[in-house]
Write a protein that binds this ligand. Structure first.
Ligand code: ATP
Ligand code: FE2
Length: 329
């Protein structure tokens, strides 16, 4: 069964075409375009315009690259939420149009759950605790009693957002995460920052402010190093707590910030110390992508879920634990 999936919750518009063969995920094609704000943060309307401009051509290109006839597409999946309203609406409109045109079923997918499902499909993990770290999201998620539940999350901004905002202060263009990673490698002095874990939750805005205050006093490399070490240790702590609580023995790392080698190292070490296994999908599927949407839509459809067009309204604040997970037991 072949699904064309459209992702468009934030910066990235992406189309993935996936074939489900013997319960396995076979990626036929994957094309993404990312909106890069010129200065300042993401402007939802501008990002949506970017998506609207690119979506027709990437749909065409991805079908061509998958080497299939458009008639071979069995269903359409799209990211229904959570995310930025204008971006979500743009992706949803294209998905509806395609589904109506091709007379095929449509399924709206929760973006956070899609990160988890693609990890389960492409790595050898089965029942992990997911640490999902991107620009807008920072959540620790695991499956329990029929739902994916959030065991911890950020109380303010996402970790990626924290890195990008600090980057902007020091003149780095978006996305700043990878550039901060490079600078941090040259740092060696740990400067104490406000480590803020509250129960199972984390918060980053205090650390961001503290780093900005350090700018004229310390080397930029040392600030980047300390920023990463502090934030990543906090993430490791809450992830470990969720693993202990749920008694799960696998940890899956996903989201754009998971591209960071130091974060991978810290989470891997935490897992090894508790005899658990560490997994992370390849970098191009850590960041937002249409493949994870297509794959999750296929799982949902096979479990009997299909949305009527009037049920495809976007859900800006779609919560992870709202979704009934019929495809797992
Ligand atoms: P969403 O929150 O909806 O998932 P997003 O647009 O933030 O959306 P991603 O593509 O998953 O989605 O992540 C982008 C983020 O990842 C940016 O904040 C970027 O700075 C960060 N990032 C990318 N590479 C690295 C890296 N090597 N180290 C740290 N952060 C990184
Ligand atoms: Fe994401």
């Amino acid at each position: 069964m072949i699904c064309l999936g459209i992702e468009g919750t934030a910066h990235t518009i992406s189309v993935g075409i996936v074939d489900k063969v013997d319960e396995k995920c076979k990626i036929l094609s994957h094309i993404s375009r990312t909106y890069k704000p010129e200065g300042g943060g993401i402007h939802p309307r501008e990002a949506a315009n970017h998506h609207a401009k690119h979506i027709p051509s990437i749909i065409e290109e991805s079908i061509e690259k998958a080497n299939i006839d458009v008639k071979e597409i069995d269903m359409i999946g799209f990211s229904i939420g959570p995310g930025l309203g204008p971006c979500l609406r743009t992706a949803a409109t294209s998905a509806r149009t395609l589904a109506l045109l091709l007379k095929k079923p449509i399924v709206g997918v929760n973006h956070c759950i899609a990160h988890l499902e693609i990890g389960r499909a492409l790595t050898k993990c089965n029942d992990p605790v997911l640490l999902y770290v991107s620009g807008g999201n920072t959540q620790v998620i695991a499956f329990m009693r029929g739902r994916y539940r959030v065991f911890g999350e950020t109380l303010d901004i996402g970790i990626g957002n924290c890195l990008d905002k600090f980057g902007r202060e020091i003149g780095l263009s978006f996305p700043a995460g990878p550039k901060i990673e490079k600078l941090a490698k040259k740092g060696n002095k740990y400067i104490s920052l406000p480590y803020s874990v509250k129960g199972m939750d984390v918060s980053f805005s205090g650390i961001l402010t503290a780093c900005i205050h350090l700018l004229k006093k310390e080397r930029i490399e040392d600030i980047c190093y300390s920023l990463q070490e502090t934030c990543f240790s906090m993430l490791a702590e809450v992830t470990e707590r969720a693993m202990a609580h749920t008694e799960k023995e696998e940890v899956l790392l996903s989201g754009g910030v998971a591209c960071n080698e130091r974060l991978k190292e810290i989470i891997k070490k935490m897992a090894q110390e508790r005899n658990a296994k560490f997994f992370s999908p390849p970098n191009e599927l850590l960041v937002d992508n249409g493949v994870m949407i297509a794959w999750t839509a296929l799982l949902m459809y096979a479990s009997g879920i299909e949305h009527k067009i009037e049920e495809t309204n976007i859900k800006q604040n779609y919560r992870t634990d709202e979704v009934e997970i019929k495809w797992r037991n």
